[in-house]
Write a protein that binds this ligand. Structure first.
Ligand SMILES: Cc1ncc(COP(=O)(O)O)c(C=O)c1O
Length: 351
């Protein structure tokens, strides 16, 4: 008999690992784990389900209680799915620099989206979420510190990688960090179960928070006191906020990270485009960033090495962002020439 799912949440995870064929250099086996295959299109579907289920089990989240989170979008979209299924109202705080598609998706899924000024960056939206949670008695999911986030990755993402590479070599696993949930949760399992697999971490060249080694100023409660001095805005939405998240710092402190690679904005965007045009894999800028990192890494690894890169989300979330800057609405000259023979079709005037 086939398998019938009881609800959408049962379809989170078990994402496919796929070989990269045309973009990979000769002599290197490059694979990607496609988190865009999650039901709401990103790796954050895992965290969303993980933190809500953990809060339910711990009795921290009461039936019908409002859930609130600060998010650059994907966590909010994942939480909106989980809250829709389970009947919790959801409020999301988000800096207005993140793409319009994300706000609309969350509202479409029934959430309320409270915008914070772009100038206040990630810390601004986090502070607003804390303020609203305290004022209203709402449940704050705290994705940047919540241990249920890496725990869920240890139980699912890491386990899937172990299963898919069972009996096969895996020399390098490469990821970026948003919260660091993927990093912390997967790295600790690989370090224990596959100690030969080296962990490689990416961050934007424009926001080399870890590379610069400057400690983050923190409030007494551990929250960031101000933006990290090495931060500049970058197009890899969901990667590297303007502070070093606790979960990321935890992973760095365990010394499991073999290499840290800086990724230029243009390389991330180019790789996301090439994944689409050369591999047929449609993903966002942070996925392009991880693949750009894998290609850099591939330049100096032993012949025959196997690399696995994470692809955090779908490209559909970026239609109004620099990822699509070169994609025309109207016909190109070449397309117009091809259409010229269509009877009755009038090309709209340029501009
Ligand atoms: C598009 C995108 N890429 C990468 C990440 C990083 O994932 P994590 O929070 O597990 O570090 C996120 C989430 O922050 C994301 O939304």
């Amino acid at each position: 008999m086939g398998h019938l799912y009881e609800n959408i949440l049962e379809t989170v995870g078990r994402t496919p690992v796929i070989r990269i064929n045309r973009m990979a250099p000769e002599g290197v086996n490059l694979y990607v784990k496609n988190e865009a295959a999650n039901p709401l299109g990103s790796v954050k579907d895992r965290l969303a389900l993980g933190v809500i289920e953990a809060a339910e089990e711990a009795g921290e989240l009461k039936p019908g209680q409002t859930v609130i989170e600060a998010t650059s979008g994907n966590t909010g979209i994942g939480l909106a799915m989980v809250c829709a299924v389970k009947g919790y109202p959801l409020v999301v705080t988000m800096a207005d620099s993140f793409s319009v598609e994300r706000r609309k998706l969350m509202r479409f899924l029934g959430a309320q989206v409270v915008l914070t000024p772009a100038a206040d960056k990630g810390t601004g939206m986090v502070n607003k979420a804390v303020e609203l949670a305290e004022a209203n008695g709402w449940f704050l999911t705290r994705q940047f510190e919540n241990e249920a986030n890496p725990d869920y990755h240890s139980r699912t993402t890491a386990q899937e990688i172990l299963d898919d590479f069972d009996g096969a070599p895996l020399d390098y696993w490469i990821t970026g960090y948003g919260t660091g949930g993927t990093l912390k949760g997967v790295a600790r399992v690989l370090a224990k179960e596959r100690p030969d697999t080296k962990i490689v971490l990416c961050e934007p060249e424009e926001a080399p928070l870890l590379h610069d080694g400057v400690a983050q100023e923190r409030n007494p409660d551990g929250s960031p006191a101000a933006s990290h001095p090495s931060f500049k805005p970058h197009p890899m939405q969901g990667w590297t906020p303007d502070f070093i998240p606790k979960l990321t710092a935890d992973a760095v402190d365990t010394d499991v990270i073999e290499r840290l690679i800086q990724i230029a904005n243009a390389d991330a965007l180019r790789c996301a485009r090439e994944l689409a045009t050369r591999e047929g894999i449609f993903v966002g800028p942070s996925a392009g960033g991880n693949v750009a990192g894998a290609l850099k890494l591939a330049e100096d690894v032993p012949e025959g090495s196997t690399i696995l890169a994470m692809l955090p989300d779908t490209g559909e979330r970026y239609l109004t962002t620099p990822l699509f800057a070169d994609i025309a609405d109207d016909m190109t000259e070449e397309e117009a020439a091809l259409s010229a023979s269509t009877p009755g079709y009038q090309r709209p005037p340029a501009g």
